[in-house]
Design a protein around this ligand. Structure first.
Ligand code: SAH
Length: 245
């Protein structure tokens, strides 16, 4: 009999942000494939009897190519196993979740998708930055600072827009370009920006500055991945609303 694949969002770090469904499925898993963004405390919840497979993701470290991960999921399920594919945050937000289940569909393997708290929601909450606010932002955009070809390729003109919060995933490497381009397209150098490093974990750090100076702030503080950028006037609320740590 065929098994099943559960594509599960593990949230941004704090294990208590796992959903009850994610937790239940993890405890019943025969095989768990996880990547770099899944926190140690969540890995520790995987039962000893389950086969744990690290499939990487860090740019230069050993990691399985995406195609092989997809095939492995299908193979393990066809052996009749309950396979958990655990991803940081939410699997459908910059998580390649779509690519992984496309192959399952083609191979006729059953699956379910379990949403998770995406980094934007988790980091904003734990940093004390509401992503929308009636006085400051009526919309919020989630963007990736990193395309398959290594460039940012962002639609700069659309991003300089009043009352809009920008959340940029994977924006650390391209931070100087992001800062320059937004200002070139008309964003004021004084636009507030926050960087949230390792959000929701015990090692979370939050730095606030403005779009002009944020690249230097990131350098001075040796900010490391995973880090999320939040750009917009809502960042001003952080002073008053921060509660974590
Ligand atoms: N699917 C994930 C995103 C994967 S892309 C989600 O929904 O959250 C990886 C990027 O997510 C990182 O480069 C970083 O920008 C962001 N990220 C993930 N976890 C984070 C965390 N705990 N703190 C800060 N940024 C995080």
């Amino acid at each position: 009999m065929n098994g099943k694949v559960y594509l599960i969002g593990a949230g941004p770090g704090d294990p208590e942000l796992l959903t009850l469904k994610a937790h239940r499925l993890l405890l019943g898993a025969d095989v768990v494939l996880y990547d770099r963004l899944v926190g140690d405390e969540i890995i520790a919840l995987i039962p000893d009897a389950a086969e744990k497979m690290y499939v990487g993701k860090a740019k230069s470290l050993h990691s399985l190519p995406q195609g092989e991960i997809n095939s492995l999921l299908a193979k393990k399920a066809k052996e009749g196993k309950s396979v958990v594919r655990l991803k940081g945050g939410d699997p459908f937000i910059f998580g390649r979740g779509g690519e992984e289940i496309e192959e399952l569909v083609e191979e006729g393997v059953e699956f379910e998708v379990v949403p998770g708290v995406t980094a934007a929601a988790g980091c904003a909450a734990y940093a004390g930055i509401p992503l929308t606010h009636r006085d400051y932002a009526q919309s919020v955009r989630f963007l990736t600072g990193h395309l398959k070809d290594g460039s940012t390729g962002l639609p700069w003109d659309e991003l300089v827009h009043p009352a809009q919060t920008l959340v940029i995933y994977m924006g650390l490497t391209g931070l100087a370009e992001i800062s320059d381009s937004l200002q070139r397209f008309g964003m004021l150098g004084s636009m507030p920006v926050a960087i949230v490093e390792k959000g929701t974990t015990k090692r979370q750090r939050v730095f606030t500055s403005d779009i002009k100076n944020i690249p230097q702030i990131a350098l001075d503080n040796e900010v490391k991945s995973p880090a999320l950028l939040i750009i917009g006037e809502v960042v001003l609320l952080q002073d008053k609303l921060s509660w974590y740590n």
